[in-house]
Design a protein around this ligand. Structure first.
Ligand SMILES: Cc1cc2nc3c(=O)[nH]c(=O)nc-3n(C[C@H](O)[C@H](O)[C@H](O)COP(=O)(O)OP(=O)(O)OC[C@H]3O[C@@H](n4cnc5c(N)ncnc54)[C@H](O)[C@@H]3O)c2cc1C
Length: 411
């Protein structure tokens, strides 16, 4: 409750007492019962021989496992560092579900299904997984983005009174989506795996080992899988160095800062504060949720890194840039303290697109990763596509996501 409403509510008490003075005192309510456990059903012990083995328990692997398990297939989910680990790209505490998707219709078409899936998960979780917020995309002077359904084109002048936290140029063009959202990053991945009732296994998986006689893939403990899905993000280059050279797919570094608004300041929380993609200045922002501060990160990567070994501390130069942007766009936060910061990695292909295709020369080994900057929030829809391919070998691969786009060779 904000200060004004609190004072108003306090002021109303004597009046309510005076009016109710003649009435009988209601019986005091009994204290509330302790909360019933809302834990999801436990996972079954994994069978050794399964329909599908999934390598990588980040957002994409988790949702692929979820869809396959819901379709009735037996699944094993492996992760070299464990599900929800600190090195995975999916480890950030909050992620943006951006309805605009840079004006790219291929990805914008995945937003509604993903949002619905996150919402369903959120509805049954103990803590919210999806937090609705409005979403704004400020365009550059030369941007020709088409606005997807549900997105309006407005000017900065129109937003001045509405979003006073942001300094608007009156004639700049901004795309406004009423239905944006934030997803609770790492927690959302763990919740997806719990909901799929799968027990992830901490195993470093090798490149596929096919048993030609039985027509299955061998697993390190002697088990087998009919199909295998590699959803290992930036680690795909480690597993397939010949095909996925660092020039074709790699780990890029981006630095993230959480700036803490002042005590009791709700102006930077949803619903007052929108998510903000500032293409004009090359920065992004997520509102303060769960008190973790306003998250700010630069759109462009600042280095190529090794996801196993790079130092995940943010540096002073990146902080100075983030503060400079705040000074321009959110002046009230320009001197706000940093309450958390990190250097994180994302997985980017040379085309900037997702990779979702069969491993060249393998009928039932799939590779999925990349899609930098958006693959977390769209993971429910991406996972559904992977699951559909696994179940239907005749389903055509999306040409923009094909291996051939990276290698130049038809698979
Ligand atoms: C600063 C920053 C901000 C971002 N913001 C957003 C955002 O707002 N919205 C959004 O949608 N996206 C965002 N992204 C992108 C998002 O983080 C990624 O696209 C997404 O998390 C990728 O998920 P993934 O499952 O492909 O990979 P990962 O989460 O990296 O998972 C891969 C997993 O594979 C495992 N693995 C690797 N090799 C092996 C092996 N041999 N055997 C077993 N396991 C293995 C790893 O341990 C890891 O857990 C952001 C990225 C960055 C860096």
């Amino acid at each position: 409750m904000d200060r004004r409403r609190l004072i108003a509510a306090m002021g109303a008490v004597p009046l309510a007492l005076a009016l109710g003075g003649a009435k009988k005192e209601p019986k005091p309510k009994p204290p509330p019962e302790p909360r019933a456990a809302r834990r999801r059903k436990g996972a079954k012990a994994p069978a050794k021989h399964v329909d599908v083995a999934i390598v990588g328990a980040g957002a994409i692997g988790a949702w692929t496992a979820w869809h396959l398990a819901r379709a009735g297939l037996s699944v094993r989910l492996f992760d070299a560092y464990g599900a929800g680990n600190g090195r995975a790209a999916s480890n950030l505490p909050s992620m943006m579900l951006d309805p605009v998707q840079g004006g790219d219709a291929l990805y914008a078409a995945l937003v509604d299904d993903s949002r619905e899936a996150w919402q369903r998960l959120s509805d049954t979780a103990s803590l919210p997984i999806l937090l609705p917020c409005e979403s704004l995309t400020a365009l550059t002077a030369t941007d020709m983005l088409a606005e997807p359904r549900g997105v309006d084109r407005v000017t900065g002048a129109r937003l001045r009174d509405r979003f006073t936290q942001i300094a608007w140029h009156p004639d700049e063009t901004v795309l406004h989506a009423a239905k944006g959202a934030m997803i609770a990053g790492r927690r959302a991945v763990l919740e997806t795996i719990l909901d799929a009732q799968i027990d992830p296994e901490d195993v470093v998986m090798p490149a596929p080992l096919r048993d030609k006689k039985q027509d299955v893939y061998q697993l390190p403990d002697g088990g087998t899988a009919r199909s295998i899905v590699y959803a290992c993000g930036a680690w795909l280059t480690e597993l397939f160095p010949q095909t996925l050279t660092p020039a074709r797919l790699g780990a890029i570094r981006q630095q993230v800062f959480h700036f803490g608004p002042g005590q009791g300041d709700t102006q930077f929380r949803p619903p007052a504060m929108p998510a903000f993609v500032d293409r004009a200045y090359g920065f992004n922002l997520l509102p303060d949720a769960e008190g973790v501060g306003v998250r700010v990160w630069k759109s462009a990567a600042d280095a190529s890194v090794d996801p196993d070994s790079f130092d995940r501390r943010a540096d002073e130069r990146a902080l100075a840039e983030a503060r400079q942007w705040l000074g321009t766009r959110l002046p009230r936060l320009a001197d706000a303290p940093v309450v958390a910061s990190a250097a994180a990695h994302d997985c980017r292909t040379m085309t900037g697109d997702l990779l979702l295709d069969r491993l060249p020369g393998q009928d039932r080994a799939w590779v999925v990763g990349g899609g930098a900057g958006r693959a977390f929030a769209l993971a429910p829809a991406i996972g559904a596509r992977v699951a559909a391919h696994v179940q239907d070998a005749t389903r055509p691969v999306e040409p923009r996501w094909a291996f051939a786009r990276l290698t130049g060779n038809p698979a």
